[in-house]
Structure formats: C-alpha cells, structure tokens
Write a protein that binds this ligand. Structure first.
Ligand SMILES: [Fe+2]
Length: 369
C-alpha cells in the first residue's frame, strides 16, 4: 500500500513553482534584509513561519471524537501531526473567510457539495492536483478543477412510518407532490443546505420550472411548519406527527445506535424507501475535503486527503459516521448495509453548488420556510 507515500509529481511540481515564485525576490539588498531577518529570528528564538514539514492544520465540521482515531492513524503511518479545530460548518467557513490568507488552516473538512462550492466561491480554497485522488475518487464526487474532493457519501431517501404507509404507494420524489400525502410530510427548513442541494439536483435534472412545481406541491403537503434537524423529522414520523420524512441516511443510523431508548424506538418505527430507482436514482450528497488558499503545509494536506480517500480510512470512516464509502466495493457499516443497495443519482455534484442560488430562490417563492 504505497498510496500514501507515493510521491505525487504534480504536487512536487507545484511546490517547486512556489519556491520559484518566492525566489523572484532577489538582489543584494533583499539578501541582506533576509539575512538580517534570519539573524533576528534566531536571536529571538522564534520559529520560522515557513511550512512545518510535520504538521497539517484542519478546520473540521466533524466532531473530534469521530475523526480523531483516523487522524491518529494517519500520524502513525506518515509522521505528520494533525492539529484540529472543530466547529459548525458555516461558522468554520465564515472564520476562513475572515482570516483570509492569514488563516492557519491547511485543510477544510465540511459537508455538502453546495457548501464546498460556497467555500470555493468565497475564494478560500485552492485547486490541488493528485493522481492518487483522481484515481480514488470518482469524477462526479470531486470538483472538476481540484478545489474539493468528496470523502463520504450520504443519501437522502424517503423515510416512512412502517405502520401507516404502504411502501407500494411510494416511488419517486415527484410522487410526494401527490395530494394523497396532504398534511403527512415532514422536512426540515429550506435554510438547510441539504434541502437546497436537493432542489438544486432537481433543477440540474429537470429545469427550474419543474423543480419549482415539485417544491410547491411538497410544501402544500407539509404536516407542519419545518422545525428541527433531520433526526427531528424522523422522530416526528415515529410519533405520528407525520407519515413521511426526507432525511439523510446517517441520521437514521445515529437514532438506531443511540443509547436513548426513545431514539431507538423511533428508528425501529420507520423504514427507508429508495426513490427514483427506475430513473435517475436517489439523491445523494457528500462530505469532503478542500485545501485552503492559505495552506502553508500543502503537501501534508494533500497526503491527508489521499489517506482519507484510501481503502483503510474509507472503511473506518464509513463505520464511524454511518455514511457510505466514496466508491463501490468498500464495506459500509453493517447497519447501513442492512438497508440494502440502491441506485444513487450520478449527477456531477459540483452542479449542486452551481444551482444553489436558484434553489434558494425557489424555496422562497414556494414558501418553504
Ligand atoms: Fe448532517
């Protein structure tokens, strides 16, 4: 398994080019100045601000408890220390934006292709190229220019009450617009990027008018004003407040594996229906990694993404976070595998970001709060 340690020639080239750019500053007075600066730094005992070969700094939306074992494994086999700042995805993105080029972060770990696109548009990412990443991560799950790479896959299927919904009545997402579901559907707010990305996928497939028509009918079938997160929608289905929810798969797994008996009971009261199996496939999204524009430990950041995309990390990651590995042929957690296989929408996920603004406008127009 030399994936991790195999030198990436593109990367080396990039680093060389960086050195050359730095080398443009030349001439005797510059040399003298640099020498003086070095002397000052040495006298003061101040560490140099140049790239530290043994560190990579991450801003992570993923809780430390979930990702630290993987990062420790990376350190064990690479010798690179991983420093982690955890926080909510939108807060971390805002922090990156305000820190700009001075940010200590080398790598951003965040969720949703829509949010990764937002980071790209904010100018806080840089494109990186790695033959290893290109071979490990399917093209639809990485940004075409190398600005982000997906590391896990999550699906957003229909979750229904076992005792009140006949799965024969369920088929595609479009079926949820039918009046037979009037007052029976729970979905979280359209402020959630998950719903924005779902609408964006419909725009990409069917156009703005069709996406808006669907969203309008869906809202008409809501059981209640959107409130809470995906877990709350599943709980509401279990408690009888609604019969159907749209929610990301890992939330169901978290309820099922919770130590809370009520959450376990909620998970047991619902089942998954995989929509669009005869057509475009179930809507999926990703979590991913992106190298920051400010990265001072560029090579280490890329090595870490390569490690996280490798077979060993993918299986541990999938087992820990209850998402799917990013490519076929790797094991999902047994609970996740028990839901059966499904056909995933193979839309290029960078399109979710491209259509995000239009998706938000649609949600506003149809009154999806
Ligand atoms: Fe989530």
């Amino acid at each position: 398994m030399n994936r991790l340690f195999a030198h990436n020639y593109n990367l080396l080239k990039d680093n060389d080019e960086r050195s050359k750019r730095v080398g443009i500053l030349s001439g005797p007075w510059v040399s003298a100045g640099i020498a003086a600066l070095f002397a000052l730094l040495l006298c003061a005992g101040t560490p140099l601000q140049a790239a530290d070969q043994n560190v990579v700094n991450i801003y992570s939306y993923r809780q430390e408890i979930l990702i630290r074992p993987l990062l420790d494994r990376f350190t064990e086999i690479s010798g690179i220390e991983v420093k982690l700042v955890s926080g909510k995805a939108d807060v971390l993105l805002q922090r990156l934006k305000s820190e700009g080029r001075n940010s200590p972060a080398d790598l951003l770990l965040t969720a949703d292709a829509g949010r990764l696109h937002r980071a790209l548009e904010a100018g806080v990412l840089q494109a990186v190229h790695s033959k290893i990443l290109d071979s490990l991560i399917p093209a639809i799950y990485r940004e075409p220019d190398g600005y982000w790479y997906a590391l896990s896959l999550r699906a957003r299927p229909i979750i229904y009450a076992i005792d009140r919904v006949n799965p024969q009545d369920l088929k595609d997402y479009t079926g949820l617009a039918d009046e037979k579901w009037y007052g029976r559907i729970c979905v979280r707010s359209s402020n959630s990027i998950y719903n924005q990305s779902h609408i964006a996928s419909l725009i990409a497939h069917h156009g703005i008018a069709a996406a808006e028509s669907w969203a309008k009918s869906l809202v008409q079938n809501f059981a209640r004003k959107p409130a809470g997160g995906d877990r709350d929608q599943i709980r509401a289905v279990a408690s009888g407040e609604c019969d159907i929810a749209l929610a990301n798969t890992y939330y169901l797994a978290r309820l099922a594996s919770s130590e809370n008996a009520q959450d376990q009971a909620a998970a047991a009261a619902v089942a998954i229906h995989w929509p669009n199996q005869d057509g475009i496939g179930t809507h999926v999204n990703v979590s991913g990694a992106a190298v920051t524009a400010s990265a001072k430990n560029l090579a280490n950041a890329i090595k870490l993404i390569e490690f996280l995309a490798g077979d060993e990390a993918q299986e541990i990651y999938a087992e820990t976070v209850y998402e799917y590995p990013i490519r076929d042929g790797l094991a999902a957690a047994p609970l996740v595998a028990s839901w059966g296989e499904f056909k995933a929408d193979d839309l290029n996920l960078s399109l979710l970001g491209k259509h995000n603004a239009e998706a938000v406008r649609i949600a506003d127009r149809v009154g999806w709060q």
